[in-house]
Each structure stands twice: as structure tokens, then as C-alpha cells.
Design a protein around this ligand. Structure first.
Ligand SMILES: *Cc1c(COP(=O)(O)O)cnc(C)c1O
Length: 402
């Protein structure tokens, strides 16, 4: 091969072509119900192949506001500062904390499992004084416990996970916002395992900040992390003495990029970084899919799937990990591994025999629990029945004995 610069130098790779990249990628079809990313809605997946638009065209800018409308509908909010960061839910988690925490701020963090613990650690990195409210795996905090801590510590921020998916515990959001108003504190809620699954009602519940991702309850593709900041949260951001540390998730920067604080008529002034147009298409279509069905019907479909799946699982003799039915998450469901059985063997049996992914737990009680996620596109009785069949066969097989 000859270079363009007519010096007659040749360019040769010094390394062999990787052998592994010389055949096409051929993933098999799997049912993804582990509680991690699920099989997306067809409409969301197919949107990835639509013709590409440029970053600053009118249609792209219109799509950004359509996405904002859809996110507000899912969260039931009118918050202007509602948009999606590029990255997974963890980007939203650290982005939100970075915007809300100034060094020395006091944050009260509910720790009921892996995610609350992670947030406590990220908050520490951002220089917050962290106060942990610990609960043993499988239980949640009561409003009066939270109020007692608010009264004692008078924190600037309160953080809770509404769906602690490592223990499958549901922490209701009702009443939290009211308490935070009373104690002059900003509420931040992780709604990754609840948004698009069960009602959050951000405005009615006076929640200040939330983040989630696109591939759990929403039923979309991994890669974006929607966030919403209330006017109350934004007034704390605007009072900051120091800038958030990460540019990419600075809500003030993103509000410009999403044309919230930038006139739509001057698109070239709004550019802050490249958008993944394909992922935005996919999110737009997932939201359109939710709008088409109606959010109440989406919530009801998840509740119906939960009732159907859990009643059939109970008939198989499976015992819930979360003892109190009211504390159970709707769409990420956890059972104890039955006596005499090996949790990891059950998971691999189902994986190999049925091409179904379930999970042996997430950092908490690994191997002692079985976790199933039935949300988004997988929230339906047919999928639930398929998982039940696989579980039944695994439980009846001696291959899964201890
Ligand atoms: C999955 C999950 C996260 C992390 O989201 P990613 O998109 O995997 O980064 C955070 N919180 C909860 C409750 C989750 O279930």
C-alpha cells in the first residue's frame, strides 16, 4: 500500500489481523430476565437502523424536546430540567450526585443493599459528609425512621433507592418529598428499578431529583440515563460556589445542549458534545411506545405480570426473599434457593437448557437467591410462564442438587 504523500513509503501493519474478528458476530436468541438489561421493545431496537440525522438539524432538535416530553410523562412531572445523559444509569447516579453535592454538604443515604451502598461511596468521593441509614437485606426504611434521622442530622440532601434491585425491596416514594420540604432538604431518588414500572409521580410526591436508565423498566437499549431536576433542586445548583466536577454531566451544560436554556433557533450555539443520534431515536421510540399504550396500562401490565408470576412461583414451592409482600418490588423478584439445591447450578441449568438468563443475586446473598426481572418488553404473562416452566424443570432436576 502506498501513502498519499508520493514518497513511495509503504504502510504495513506490524501486527497480524486478529483471527477472532474474521468471522461475523452471531449471538443466539436469549430471554434476558435476570434483572439486568432486558430484551428491548422491537420498536426501540428497530429505531437504531433509521437513517442518521446530523446533530444540529431541525428534526434532531425537535426529537430532543419529544424525548423530554416523554420522560416527563413517564415520571409524571413538569420539570423543565428533564433530559438524558449519555451513559448507563450509573452515569446518572454519579452525575446527579456531582450536581447536588458541594464539598461539605451533608447527605443522608438509605442503605438497604448494593445500590444504596454504592451511592454512599460515590457521595464520599464528591466530598460529602455521608450519614448512612442501614437496613438489613430484605427490609426497608419507614417514614418515621427517616424523619428521626432528618431531625437529628439536618442534612442538605436525602438519598433513597426506590427499587433496591440487589435485594428486590421497594421503598415507597410517597411522603418522602413532604418530609424533605419540612426539614429543608433536597430529595434524590434512584428510580432505575421503578420508572416505567410502577408510579413515581415526581411532582405529586414533591421529589426533587431522580435518575434512571433506558434498558430496565423503559424497555429500551442500554446507553442513556434520563434525569429530572425540580426547580427546587435547580435553585441549589444555581447557588453553588463551586462547579460540579464532571463537565459531561453538569446539568447546566446539558440544559444548553438540550436547548432548555439555549434558543432552538441558534442550533450551532447549543453544541456541547456529540449526541448518539441512534440511541436517542431508540429512546424516542420507546417513549412513543409507552405513550401509545398509556402509562397507567404499562403500570397495570407490570402489576399483572407480578401477580401471575409470583402466584405460579409460590405454587412451585419457592419462598420470597422479601418477607413482607408490601415491601416487594414489582418487576425484579427474588426467591430463596430451596434447601438441598444449588443456586448457581439452577442458573446455569436454565441458561444452558432454555437460553434464559436469570440471576444468582447481585452482590448480596449471592448463590442463596434467584432473581428474575420481568419488566419493559418482558412484562407479560407469556414470558412469565416461560420462566416458570424453566424454573420448574430446574427444581425437579437432580442436576441442580447441592
Ligand atoms: C441497574 C441499576 C443501577 C445501575 O444502572 P446501570 O444502567 O447498570 O449503570 C442503579 N440502580 C439500580 C437500582 C439498578 O437496578
Amino acid at each position: 500500500m502506498v501513502l498519499l504523500d508520493n514518497k513511495n513509503t509503504t504502510i504495513a501493519s506490524q501486527y497480524e489481523k486478529p483471527e477472532c474478528l474474521q468471522s461475523p458476530l452471531e449471538p443466539e436468541n436469549r430471554l434476558l430476565v435476570s434483572g439486568a438489561a432486558a430484551n428491548p421493545y422491537k420498536r426501540s431496537f428497530e429505531a437504531l437502523r433509521l437513517p442518521m440525522l446530523g446533530h444540529m438539524g431541525d428534526r434532531t432538535i425537535k426529537m430532543l424536546s419529544e424525548i423530554q416530553e416523554g420522560l416527563r410523562y413517564v415520571l409524571q412531572t413538569k420539570n423543565e430540567y428533564t433530559l438524558a445523559y449519555h451513559g448507563t444509569g450509573t452515569t446518572g447516579m454519579s452525575g446527579v450526585l456531582d450536581n447536588m453535592i458541594e464539598p461539605g454538604d451533608k447527605i443522608l443515604v438509605g442503605v438497604m443493599g448494593y445500590w444504596g451502598d454504592k451511592v454512599a461511596k460515590i457521595a464520599q468521593r464528591f466530598g460529602a459528609i455521608v450519614i448512612r441509614m442501614e437496613k438489613s437485606p430484605g427490609s426497608r426504611l419507614s417514614l418515621s425512621e427517616i424523619e428521626a434521622e432528618l431531625e437529628m442530622h439536618r442534612p442538605d440532601l436525602l438519598f433513597l433507592v426506590s427499587g433496591e434491585s440487589s435485594t428486590c425491596v421497594y421503598q415507597p416514594v410517597e411522603g418522602i418529598g413532604e418530609l424533605c420540604y419540612k426539614y429543608d432538604c433536597i430529595s434524590i431518588i434512584d428510580v432505575i428499578a421503578t420508572a416505567g414500572i410502577q408510579p413515581i409521580r415526581m411532582d405529586e410526591n414533591k421529589i426533587d431529583v431522580v435518575y434512571f436508565n433506558t434498558h430496565k423498566g423503559c424497555g429500551g437499549i442500554v446507553g442513556l440515563s434520563p434525569v429530572s431536576y425540580s426547580p427546587r433542586a435547580m435553585s441549589k445548583v444555581k447557588r453553588r460556589q463551586t462547579l460540579p466536577r464532571i463537565y459531561q454531566t453538569d446539568i447546566t451544560v446539558q440544559a444548553e445542549a438540550w436547548y432548555i436554556t439555549m434558543p432552538k433557533e441558534s442550533p450551532h450555539d447549543g453544541w456541547r458534545h456529540s449526541f448518539s443520534i441512534c440511541l436517542l431515536y431508540s429512546l424516542r421510540e420507546v417513549l412513543a411506545r409507552i405513550v401509545e399504550e398509556g402509562i397507567e396500562n404499562v403500570w397495570e401490565r407490570h402489576a399483572d405480570t407480578h401477580r401471575y408470576f409470583t402466584s405460579r412461583a409460590e405454587k412451585l414451592g419457592l419462598e420470597h426473599f422479601v418477607p413482607n409482600p408490601e415491601d416487594r418490588l414489582l418487576a425484579t423478584i427474588m426467591f430463596k434457593v430451596p434447601p438441598g439445591k444449588d443456586g448457581y447450578k439452577i442458573v446455569s441449568y436454565i441458561s444452558e437448557k432454555y437460553q434464559i438468563d436469570i440471576s444468582p443475586g447481585l452482590f448480596v446473598n449471592m448463590g442463596k437467591v434467584l432473581r428474575v426481572g420481568l419488566f419493559g418488553n418482558n412484562a407479560n404473562r407469556e414470558t412469565a410462564a416461560t420462566v416458570i416452566e424453566a424454573l420448574e424443570s430446574a427444581l425437579n432436576s437432580t442436576a441442580t442438587d447441592l
